[in-house]
Structures are given as structure tokens and as C-alpha cells.
Design a protein around this ligand. Structure first.
Ligand SMILES: Cc1cc2nc3c(=O)[nH]c(=O)nc-3n(C[C@H](O)[C@H](O)[C@H](O)COP(=O)(O)OP(=O)(O)OC[C@H]3O[C@@H](n4cnc5c(N)ncnc54)[C@H](O)[C@@H]3O)c2cc1C
Length: 378
């Protein structure tokens, strides 16, 4: 229980930031032992009465409001000097309350590499129980889920994105072009193929409304594992001033080539693949045209690419020998007693996918490590 003396409350654990990882850690610590006092400090309001934060797609109404930290990058050289918004949730739930809800875990190789970098306990096999701990998976008739790797009784409800009328046609085009169909690959940690994606949404009641006649459809190409490394620097001594954020997007030739090739390949598959070639007639609006060579696709991505909002890695987890390391593999800040950092900032490399499921798992893992380290004799 919290102790009060001379108007000062003391707690066993203080968690700063009730975001994706922080809220999970607070819950697990609090539910483990009723004698522990846990204080969760969140800068923004509770999400409870903010209806828009419970609606998939409602996030757009929260941007550039008091529910968003409203950061901005400096001009991005690799993107023709465009600046980009850096939305970050400023409410209970953090970015998980304003995100796109997509569920991927990254590849097995990402985690095995993180462990091989000198971070014991972070391999795919060791992270799997934490992924599962968060999740209650709701299976769907049409989807062949690998039920062995899903969780069944966690607080986070996950279901598959409903099929759109064109989904089967897109699948057909990719399979026609040699992609293996692996329905649940995004949670199995093996991404070579084509599969379906889940969302942290269940029973949203939002049906797809197919429209007869002309329709518009978009393929999003994601650059995972970018080579360029950005920076976050202080603007002034004022802790309230916004930092200088430079993601260094497309500031590396390999990143540009991979993203451009991803766009080119998707375009080719959609335009020529068996399932879609007779349905997709061309660019929209009709007055624009798609590039027809790699030079054109590279310019296309420099002009139009935007952020997937997955920045990470400002408090790198690393062994003592790494001068850039901030926390050790148990997320303890070097040379500071009783302080840990546990959120997406600790990643030494970005996972190949979306990071929210990993943020939930980091919350699960830090709570488990803290509880292992508790000295019950005190
Ligand atoms: C627009 C958008 C779309 C995204 N889409 C997806 C997606 O579809 N799938 C996916 O997997 N990932 C997605 N992400 C990324 C994912 O949501 C984040 O990487 C993840 O939620 C980060 O979790 P976190 O715990 O590290 O930080 P956060 O969830 O951001 O938590 C940080 C918390 O700390 C609070 N805080 C900050 N400073 C203070 C302070 N001084 N005092 C008290 N509290 C403070 C903040 O208000 C916030 O609540 C998206 C992100 C955004 C922004």
C-alpha cells in the first residue's frame, strides 16, 4: 500500500508514462501482489471517456490535438526536404490509443539477432510467452490460424482484419507470382510469403461496404529494418521544449532502393497478376501515371513516402561493452540504481514489422523481471 508521511506518498513502484508498455507493466505488478503499491503517472488524460480512441480509424481526429504530443521532424534530406508529423499519443494507452491497430510481431531472426547482440533473454523463443501473455485471440472461420502461437487469455483482444471483396483476388495475384501462402505468417515470425494481418480490434461492428462500379484501392509498401539511423537531440535546457527529431528517412541509398523496388514489385503484381489484372485499370486520379523504371520509382518514394510512425531505439539495450548502450538486458539504466526504461525505445534494432505487440511484450517482460528481482525479505 502507498505510504504517506509529511504529505509525501511513497510507492513500491512508480511508472512514468501510462502508454503501451507502461500500462501493461503497471497492471502486472499491481495484480501480482496486493501488498505492492504501484503509481502510474500519465501526462495525458484517461482514454476512458475519449470515445474516438476506442474506434478503429478514429485516430485521425486525434492528430494535432491535445491528445497528440504533436512533434515534427526537421526537413528530411532523403525525402526532398519535406518535414513530417511525428504523432505520439498523449493519453492513457499512449500510441496504442491512436494507432492503426495492425498486429505483426516481427521475424524470429529479429529477436535472435537482438539476443546475439549481447542481450540474453530476448530471443524469439524467449519472447514468445510474453507475446502470448498479452493476447486473447479470436479465430475466424476463413483464416487458418496457428493456434499454438496465439494467446488465449490475455487482456488484449485480437482478431483478423475482415476480408474485403478484393482480398482473394490480391492473394491470387501474389500466389501467381510465386509467393507462398502462409495465412498466419505475421505472428509466426516468418515473413517470406503472403498472409493475413490481425488487429487489436474485436467486434468493431464496422462492415465493409462494397460499391458496384468504380472503386479505389491502395497498396502500402513498408520499408522494414531501415539502414539509416536518425537522432533525437535537445533544443534547449527547458525540459518542456520539443526535441529536434531527425529520422534521416531515406538518407541511405539501400533504403531508397529497397522501398522503390517494393513499390515497383507490388505495382507489377497488381497490374499483371492473374487475380487483379482485369480489375485494376490504372492509377487514380486518372490524370497521374505510375513510374515505369527504377529511377522513376526512386523519385516517387522520395516525393511521396511518409512515416509508418514506428520510431524506436533512443535508449539502446546493449551489453556494457557498447558505448551507445543505455540499459542492460534486464532494462536497468547503467549506473543508476532502481531505474529501468521499458518501452520501444530500448530496441537496439527495429523489428521487421509493427512494434505495438512488442511494446506490450516489453511491458509483460519488465514486470516479470522486476518480480524475479524482488527481495521479499525487505
Ligand atoms: C499513428 C500511429 C500509428 C501506428 N500504427 C501501428 C500499428 O498499426 N501497429 C503497430 O504495431 N504499431 C503501430 N504504431 C506504433 C506503436 O503504437 C508504438 O510503437 C507503441 O505503441 C509505442 O509504445 P510505447 O510504450 O513505447 O510508447 P507510448 O505508447 O507512446 O507510451 C508513452 C506514454 O508516456 C506518456 N508520457 C510521455 N512523457 C511523459 C511524462 N513526462 N510524464 C508522464 N507521462 C509521459 C505519453 O503520454 C504516453 O502515454 C503506430 C503509432 C502511431 C503514432
Amino acid at each position: 500500500m502507498a505510504q504517506r508521511a509529511d504529505d509525501v506518498s511513497t510507492y513500491d513502484y512508480i511508472i512514468i508514462g501510462g502508454g503501451t508498455s507502461g500500462a501493461v507493466a503497471a497492471r502486472r505488478l499491481a495484480e501480482n501482489n496486493i501488498n505492492f503499491s504501484v503509481c502510474l503517472l500519465e501526462a495525458g488524460p484517461s482514454n476512458h471517456d475519449i470515445t474516438i480512441s476506442h474506434i478503429p480509424g478514429g485516430r485521425f481526429s486525434m492528430y494535432k490535438t491535445s491528445l497528440d504530443w504533436c512533434y515534427q521532424t526537421v526537413p528530411q534530406k532523403g525525402c526532398n526536404n519535406r518535414t513530417m508529423a511525428v504523432p505520439r499519443g498523449r493519453l492513457l494507452g499512449g500510441c496504442s490509443a491512436i494507432n492503426d491497430t495492425f498486429v505483426t510481431r516481427g521475424t524470429k531472426a529479429d529477436y535472435d539477432r537482438i539476443a546475439d547482440m549481447g542481450n540474453p533473454g530476448w530471443s524469439w523463443k524467449e519472447m514468445l510467452p510474453f507475446f502470448k501473455a498479452s493476447e486473447t485471440f479470436h479465430s475466424t472461420e476463413w483464416h487458418q490460424a496457428d493456434l499454438d502461437i496465439h494467446g488465449t487469455d490475455g487482456p488484449l483482444h485480437i482478431s483478423m482484419t475482415p476480408l474485403a471483396p478484393i482480398s482473394e483476388k490480391i492473394l491470387e495475384s501474389f500466389i501467381d507470382n510465386g509467393f507462398d501462402y502462409k495465412p498466419d505468417m505475421f505472428v509466426q515470425g516468418d515473413y517470406e510469403g503472403i498472409g493475413h494481418i490481425g488487429r487489436t480490434v474485436y467486434n468493431d461492428g464496422l462492415p465493409y461496404n462494397p460499391i458496384n462500379g468504380e472503386g479505389v484501392f491502395t497498396v502500402n509498401t513498408f520499408l522494414c529494418g531501415p539502414q539509416a539511423r536518425g537522432t533525437v537531440r535537445l533544443l534547449s535546457k527547458d525540459p518542456i521544449s520539443k526535441p529536434i527529431i531527425d529520422h534521416a528517412y531515406l538518407d541511405n541509398d539501400l533504403d531508397v532502393a529497397v522501398l522503390a523496388e517494393g513499390c515497383r514489385l507490388c505495382h507489377e503484381i497488381i497490374m499483371k497478376g492473374r487475380g487483379t489484372k482485369d480489375i485494376i485499370v490504372g492509377a487514380w486520379p486518372k490524370i497521374i501515371s505510375h513510374p515505369n523504371d527504377m529511377i522513376g520509382w526512386k523519385e516517387h518514394v522520395r516525393t511521396f513516402a511518409s512515416s509508418g510512425s514506428h520510431p524506436a531505439g533512443t535508449c539502446k539495450m546493449a551489453p556494457e561493452s557498447d558505448p551507445m548502450g543505455v540499459v542492460d538486458s534486464r532494462l536497468r539504466v547503467r549506473n543508476v540504481k532502481g531505474l529501468r526504461v521499458a518501452d520501444i525505445s530500448i530496441l537496439p534494432i527495429l523489428n521487421n514489422g509493427h512494434p505495438q505487440i512488442l511494446a506490450y511484450a516489453i511491458g509483460e517482460k519488465v514486470a516479470s523481471m522486476i518480480l524475479q528481482d524482488v527481495d521479499v525479505s525487505k
